[in-house]
Design a protein around this ligand. Structure first.
Ligand code: NZQ
Ligand code: ZN
Length: 391
């Protein structure tokens, strides 16, 4: 187990009746707030009107940037930067999911940088040290962006989707009200559930180094939480217990807690970001298609010892099977959960994706070092082979 430092500055208000604290919290950062939101779900649900009332009663001056795209574009982030400078904005309030929060992180960071273009920060590959304060109202359980210091931005011109990170873009305060996720569609609920699980499976469950027993157990419980409550939320979107469990599981999957002492090693996410950069697909769906194929590809006598644990702990795989058989059964159960229980299409073909760009995408996924340094290192030929297995 490695030494670690853990500090997470994000204050969380969790529950049904917490938005009343919003004006007081915002007033700690000034008066002029940029409200950032997506394609309109917050208007349909009535959340927008409620917020405008709250903010006006709290004597805040509100400016707006709506229309943030899923897989947020760097050009839209740059519009937000311009607004922040023109209107002398004190803080950003992101209302939405990972896309809105990530775009807002990009706005907060670029507004205080010596550039108008968030892509310069992506390319600099340096931790962000200065940013406007960010407040979040989460409306979909998926990415964990509500309590972490990462953001993923898409550049359509370059066909790339890449990240920025830094302590200063962690949200100052996040409001997590599970009732706000009642309106999330079945499809997005399924994709979000996959993403939550994959933040454990893809980034830390399998690792070359030893994990603290407590952290390993937390990961098992975290995965079991989604296996239990994801299907409940699909069957009954207004089930508070289900939505609350998914929301809290989303937040804790990627807020640095479960990587304590573990070297984070990401494989499927890096491959998926290429898919959503080039084909604009939903992140969680791309992960669902990739994950079982990735496990099939890396399965050997060595990796089987860890892969079988996932099946035994989360899907009741028979403990008497040998390592390879137990791992194959684990992968079959994972497919069943993603494609049958959660109902997601299981191949890239069904998303109208063919192999035309795989070679180029595989090279991009391995940039800048020519390899994805994951649980098992993947080179462009490996990545291309995994994409082909997904067809
Ligand atoms: O845009 P609106 O109209 O709001 O609709 C959204 C969008 O179409 C809809 N939605 C959100 N809340 C809703 C709702 N519809 C009805 N009712 C509600 N309450 O859901 C759709 C998807 O929204 P999006 O924000 O894109 O979803 P998600 O939270 O899954 O975010 C995905 C983005 O986050 C990145 C992904 O790559 C992707 O770009 N990620 C960010 C991470 C991070 N910052 O830590 C880590 C992740 O691994 C991920 O890469
Ligand atoms: Zn993810």
């Amino acid at each position: 187990m490695n030494d670690f430092t853990f500090q997470n500055p994000t204050k969380i208000y969790f529950g049904k009746d917490q938005l009343k604290h919003l004006p007081t919290e915002l007033s700690n950062s000034g008066k002029r707030v940029l409200l950032v939101y997506g394609g309109g779900s917050i208007k349909k649900t009535g959340l927008y009107d409620k917020l405008i009332n709250l903010l006006e009663n709290g004597k805040m001056e509100v400016f707006e940037l709506g229309g943030i795209e899923p897989n947020p574009r760097h050009t839209t982030v740059n519009e937000g930067v311009k607004l922040c400078r023109e209107k002398n904005i004190d803080m950003v309030l992101a209302v939405g999911g990972g896309s809105v929060i990530d775009a807002s992180k990009g706005i907060c960071a670029t507004a205080l940088a010596e550039t108008d273009n968030v892509w310069d920060l992506v390319e600099a590959k340096k931790p962000i040290v200065k940013a406007l304060p960010l407040y979040v109202i989460l409306t979909i359980a998926a990415t964990g962006s509500e309590m972490n210091g990462g953001a993923v931005i898409s550049n359509l011109e370059l066909k790339l989707k890449q990240g920025i990170s830094g302590y200063s873009i962690r949200p100052k305060v996040s409001f997590l009200d599970p009732t706000l996720t009642y309106s999330v569609s079945k499809y997005q609920t399924a994709c979000g559930s996959v993403d939550i699980m994959m933040h454990t499976i893809d980034t830390k469950y399998f690792s070359k180094d030893e994990k603290m027993d407590m952290i390993y157990r937390m990961m098992d419980e975290h995965l079991l939480t989604v296996v239990k409550w994801g299907p409940t939320a699909l069957a009954n979107p207004n089930d508070y217990e289900a939505r609350a469990n998914l929301m809290w599981a989303s937040t804790w999957a990627l807020n640095s807690f479960m990587t304590c002492g573990v070297v984070q090693a990401v494989s499927c996410h890096t491959m998926e970001h290429e898919l959503s950069a080039v084909y604009d697909i939903t992140h969680g769906h791309g992960l669902a298609i990739l994950a079982p194929r990735w496990l099939e590809y890396i399965l050997n006598e060595d990796t089987a010892k860890q892969i079988r644990r996932l099946g035994e702990k989360c899907f009741n795989v028979d403990q008497t099977l040998d390592d390879i058989k137990a791992s194959k059964e684990t992968i079959a159960k994972l497919k069943e959960f993603f494609f049958e229980t959660l109902g997601l299409a299981s191949t890239l073909k069904e998303l109208n994706i063919n192999d035309e760009k795989f070679k180029e995408m595989a090279i991009n996924a391995c940039n800048p070092h020519g390899v994805i340094k994951g649980y098992v290192d993947l080179y462009p030929e490996d990545v291309e082979a995994i994409y082909r297995m997904c067809l």
